[in-house]
Design a protein around this ligand. Structure first.
Ligand code: FES
Ligand code: FES
Length: 169
């Protein structure tokens, strides 16, 4: 099998991985242990596999890993700072926006991409930014409320990391 070397930065750490040229970013990230990157539809429809590549939310099931050469990738595992949850994660918890949690990593990362470029979004902008993230538990209102709360600094003081909010396999 042909292989190639992929160099990229994931969650602040430089990585050098051997991949097959046609491998998807989703598959490579999960193989490397980033299980917060969820495998859903594999067709670009559900957003469960969302990661940030150079700050932009992408469906990792639609991107070749090789396309991430030299990129900065953020997965949900890199959103918290040690024990301190990101305000978006705090707000998701405070607003009961997590049910089974399968869609949550993708939603949180789409929200981060939005808030990084638009710190004070409208309700409509939040809905638009998260339109590509489907929730099989049908929870849509609370995540929008959570993102708006995070944006307005209404999330409560940081608490210790909760495993379910971050990673569900
Ligand atoms: Fe990538 Fe559904 S698994 S969009
Ligand atoms: Fe279950 Fe969204 S919380 S899929």
């Amino acid at each position: 099998m042909r292989t190639m070397e992929l160099r990229l930065n994931v969650n602040g750490s430089a990585q050098r991985w051997t991949i097959a040229p046609g491998e998807l970013l989703l598959d490579v990230l999960r193989r490397q242990g980033y299980f917060g990157v969820k495998r859903g539809c594999e067709k670009g429809e559900c957003g469960a596999c969302t990661v940030l590549v150079n700050g932009r939310a992408v469906n990792s099931c639609l991107m070749f890993a090789a396309q991430a050469e030299g990129a900065h990738v953020l997965t949900i595992e890199g959103l918290a700072e040690g024990e301190k949850l990101h305000p978006i994660q705090e707000a998701f918890l405070d607003h009961g926006a997590v049910q089974c949690g399968f869609c949550t990593p993708g939603m949180a990362l789409s929200a981060k991409a939005l808030l990084d470029r638009c710190p004070h979004p409208t309700d409509a902008q939040v809905r638009e930014a998260m339109a590509g993230n489907l929730c099989r538990c049908t929870g849509y209102l609370k995540p929008v409320e959570a993102v708006l709360a995070a944006a307005s600094g209404m999330a409560k003081p940081p608490r210790k990391r909760r495993a379910k909010a971050e990673v569900t396999r």
